[in-house]
Design a protein around this ligand. Structure first.
Ligand code: NAP
Ligand code: ZN
Length: 346
């Protein structure tokens, strides 16, 4: 058993505290990872605050994990000590259902095992990446390409794959007009990836404050959604809209921006229901869809794609003592564009 230093919250309104957790003894196919960096995803905040329902505390969030392999179980074949690796939002699944067999483990029919706030196959609660070590079965460990720094790799494990997967599935590419709603952690990755796929990208942000950054990330246009003219000017424009907003927004207004057969994919996960009028979808055969992270094979594809296209998130590295402050800033949409915890400061 390995004792790991960690940062945990003890309740929905509590601040982070230093603590110690234990990681299980290596099973035959397990990998022990010394975590170097962990990204802060808005989902960590929703979970820690109990937005999505009750959670068991103490809770150690973190599902954007990058580190180094320090030990392997006796039957591990994919990794060896010293390898640069990552772990994302899930650490196991049944491996046997239709969806798992198709490489869509995130949609495991028996439910995947989330990296934190879940229960593993041993009946133990899972704890995430705001910690110095983690033990994960090798099939849920990703290989980080050499030309991506571990600090920049971390956010790819959730923000990267959550945007790559729908862009890939709905064929973002040359000739396609893609809009990204919200320029935060997920949104800025969506812009970079969609641009690298060859799509024409527009950012729809609350204000024009981050316009220069958005254009530099690869967008060709940038609009403020606080300006009602935006919705008149862009009506019927986009083939694909990726909504990354963490709060409830008026979906009908955004659906009106889709072209004939266009799709709005919602990846943002506010607790409140999103209301959709039938007449936002019917007239132009529009679709409203959702998407959750991506499978393990696709996550590796995404990492390789980012390495090949030299795409990395724009990050602000913080120490473990700065997590509470970072949460406040993310909630105030004051993030440029992902906070990453330097785990050596634990
Ligand atoms: P984030 O960094 O906080 O970005 C969200 C962005 O949404 C903000 O930067 C802001 O962009 C915009 N926004 C926030 N509040 C808003 C409001 N009231 N009205 C309009 N726009 C608002 O969060 P994130 O880490 O990217 O995560 C975004 C959402 O995706 C969260 O709900 C998270 O739980 C969810 N998520 C889903 C999956 C999945 O698998 N589907 C995976 C990861 C995360 P501007 O300042 O540009 O307006
Ligand atoms: Zn996440």
């Amino acid at each position: 058993m390995v004792t790991a230093k960690a940062r945990a919250v003890n309740g929905s309104k509590e601040s982070f505290q230093a603590t110690e957790i234990t990681r299980r003894e290596l099973d035959t196919n397990d990998v022990l990872i010394e975590i170097k960096f962990a990204g802060i995803c808005h989902s960590d905040i929703h979970t820690a605050h109990g937005d999505w329902g009750e959670v068991n505390y103490p809770l150690v969030p973190g599902h954007e994990i990058a580190g180094i392999v320090t030990d392997v179980g006796e039957k591990v074949t994919k990794y060896k000590v010293g390898d640069r690796v990552g772990v994302g939002c899930m650490v196991d699944s049944c491996g046997d259902c239709k969806n798992c067999r198709e490489g869509e483990e995130q949609y495991c029919l028996k439910g995947n095992v989330p990296t934190y706030a879940g229960v593993d196959k041993y009946g133990e609660p899972t704890q995430g990446g705001y910690s110095t070590h983690i033990v994960v079965v090798e099939d849920f460990v990703l290989s980080i390409p050499e030309n991506i720094g571990l600090d920049e790799a971390a956010p790819l494990l959730c923000a990267g794959i959550t945007t790559f997967s729908p862009l890939n599935h709905w064929n973002a590419g040359p000739g396609k007009k893609v809009a990204v709603v919200g320029l935060g952690g997920l949104g800025h990755m969506a812009v970079k990836i969609a641009h690298a796929m060859g799509a024409d990208v527009t950012v729809l942000s609350q204000t024009l404050n981050k316009k220069e950054d958005g254009l530099q990330f690869g967008a060709s246009s940038y609009y403020a959604t606080s300006d009602p003219d935006t919705f008149t000017e862009l009506a019927g424009t986009f083939d694909l809209i990726i909504n990354t907003v963490s709060a409830k927004i008026d979906m009908n207004a955004y659906l009106s921006l889709l072209t004939l057969n266009g799709t709005l994919v919602n990846v943002g996960a506010p607790a409140e229901p999103l209301e959709i009028n039938a007449f936002s979808l019917i007239p132009h055969r529009r679709s409203f869809a959702g998407s959750m992270i991506g499978g393990i094979r696709e996550t590796q594809e995404m990492l390789n794609f980012c390495a090949e296209h030299k795409i990395a998130p724009s990050i602000e590295v913080i120490s473990a003592d700065e997590i509470d402050r970072a949460y406040e800033r993310v909630m105030a949409s004051d993030v440029k564009y992902r906070f990453v915890i330097d785990i050596s400061t634990m």
